[in-house]
Design a protein around this ligand. Structure first.
Ligand code: ATP
Length: 257
């Protein structure tokens, strides 16, 4: 379970989170949406303990992130959009390092690492250095590393960035199974179709405040729009995309002059 209460974050003068509240229950996949700069990554980084909150409280599985960080770290897996990997390690060595940090039993590590690498088509590259891996291959290693200790809570910040369609399909199926098993999943993404299909509930954040919450259909209904995409655009104050594109093209024509 994830509990966020009156969470605030200041970066200097910038009030990036303005006292947000939400809960993600076990078995739920919560889609966390918002335009660029809305506060999604800031929220996820506070949940992982990477940065401190300025005020408010966040808990994972009942443990306070600020006061019981070790208990919290055992219980979540985190996949960032792009993460720093130890380039000189092989994929296998990197997973081994993560498994050691989580004190994972050796046999269990070998079994799970092999399973994940096979699932993501990386088994043949397991002894290759990460420096030579493509963006998508690195992302797959990050996903495997986050899942290795079988955490109860999963925090994903654009986890499918750069990942091919086949892997994305496998990953989404995996998430559905995890939710059936009762894991708690927070899923940040800009890809509305994926969020709409995968998530049982959605939160939309804008300028550090939660501006909508509910099922995709309910959010569309509340705003009087037919689709989540139109509702998102209306709620987050995006100008009419069609008009903006037309104006831009007209301006380009004018430049040719
Ligand atoms: P995106 O979709 O572009 O990844 P986001 O919703 O994840 O955006 P955040 O990265 O959480 O947004 O940023 C929220 C706000 O806080 C933005 O205005 C951003 O400029 C600001 N911000 C984020 N990190 C820092 C930082 N380290 N220092 C100063 N300001 C920051």
């Amino acid at each position: 379970m994830i509990e966020v209460r009156r969470l605030e974050k200041y970066y200097g003068e910038k009030h990036a989170l303005k006292g947000i509240n939400f809960t993600v229950e076990p078995g739920e996949i919560l889609g966390f949406l918002g335009p660029n700069g809305a506060g999604k990554s800031t929220t996820v980084k506070i949940l992982t303990g990477l940065i401190p909150a300025s005020a408010g409280e966040a808990r994972i599985c009942g443990y306070s992130i600020a006061e019981q960080p070790l208990e919290v770290k055992k219980r979540f897996g985190y996949v960032p959009e792009t993460g720093a990997l130890y380039e000189s390690l092989t994929a296998w060595e990197y997973l081994e390092l993560l498994a050691d940090l989580h004190h994972l039993d050796r046999k269990l590590f070998e079994h799970r690492a092999r399973e994940f690498l096979e699932l993501f088509d990386l088994l043949q590259e397991k002894d290759h250095r990460l420096a030579g891996f493509s963006k998508g291959m690195r992302q797959k290693v990050l996903i495997a590393a986050a899942l290795l200790h079988n955490p109860e809570v999963l925090l994903f910040d654009e986890p499918l960035s750069g990942v091919d369609a086949n892997t994305a399909l496998v990953f989404k199926q995996l998430l559905r199974r995890f939710s059936e098993q009762g894991k708690t999943i927070l899923f940040c993404s800009h890809v509305l179709e994926v969020v709409e299909r995968l998530c049982s509930r959605i939160i939309i954040i804008n300028e550090g405040e939660i501006v909508a919450s509910g099922t995709p259909a309910a959010i569309a209904r509340q705003t009087g729009h037919a689709t989540l995409e139109e509702a998102f655009n209306a709620i987050t104050g995006g100008a009419d995309a069609h008009t903006r594109a037309e104006e831009f093209l007209l301006a380009l024509e004018g430049l040719k002059g």
